[in-house]
Ligand binder design. Structure first.
Ligand SMILES: *Cc1c(COP(=O)(O)O)cnc(C)c1O
Length: 240
């Protein structure tokens, strides 16, 4: 078995164990293989080993890799900081934009997705709406992107007015610690923000997705309610 396939198995087992340990259904946690700086050949290898969701955080890299791998049905998630002028690279190829952090970005993505719908001749284009998550700056770090917790409700209400987008939940990149337990308060905070948002929005179908946890701390994130974990290094090895 290849090293990537081995790593994937190991991570899947750890995800299952972490879910069972806290009484969750393991299938409620989905693995995003973060493939930034990973060449298309290795992404293909991971796909052959059964991995279908991949995360990229540079818009042009996402565009290029989606093109190189257009023969296989990958679910691309965009997980990087998004600028308005890069929406055109992201919206045509991804299945979920995880980093909506302002009304303007939501509008730019929605407009570009409209063009994707208009240009798509194939009936196979099943989804009429692009899934998205709002990125929350849970620790209020000046240096980081993400919406302030107080503005999440406002952005969510705006996204709800955009007919091309489907809001599914929240995402966060908390401060990095060597010790996974230190991330727990931020993971818990994001879960609480989702609960509050659901109460305030009072939608017929509540938002369910929470994207949080990386190679070093995804088990703690699962204990705190993650439905997506984003794992790079533990699958593909150290980035150089
Ligand atoms: C790089 C990255 C990850 C994965 O980090 P690892 O520590 O390599 O698992 C997860 N989320 C985001 C937003 C990233 O940029």
């Amino acid at each position: 078995m290849s090293e990537i396939a081995n790593n994937l198995n190991f991570i899947r087992n750890r995800i299952r164990d972490a879910a069972l340990k806290c009484g969750r259904d393991p299938s409620s946690v989905k693995l995003i293989a973060v493939s930034k700086q990973v060449p298309p050949e290795l992404i293909r290898e991971a796909f052959k080993a059964g991995q279908t969701i991949f995360g990229e955080n540079y818009a042009q890299d996402l565009r290029d890799k989606a093109k190189a791998l257009s023969d296989i049905p990958i679910d691309w998630h965009f997980i990087g900081h998004l600028q308005k002028n890069k929406a055109k690279y992201v919206a045509p190829v991804c299945s979920c934009v995880e980093t909506i952090d302002s009304r303007e970005i939501a509008e730019a993505i929605s407009q570009q997705f409209e063009r994707r719908l208009a240009s798509s001749s194939s009936k196979a284009e099943t989804s009429k709406r692009l899934n998205c998550l709002i990125e929350v700056n849970v620790a209020g770090e000046m240096s980081k992107s993400g919406a302030a917790p107080e503005s999440v409700l406002n952005i969510a209400k705006h996204v709800a007015t955009l007919s091309n987008l489907s809001l599914r939940g929240l995402m966060a990149i908390p401060p990095y610690y060597d010790e996974p337990e230190k991330s727990r308060p931020y993971f818990r905070r994001l879960s609480e923000i989702l609960n509050t948002l659901n109460r305030e929005l009072n939608l017929s179908e509540p938002l369910t997705e929470i994207s949080m946890g990386m190679s070093g701390d995804f088990e703690v994130a699962i204990e705190e309610g993650a439905t997506y974990v984003r794992v790079g290094t533990a699958i593909f090895g150290d980035r150089v």
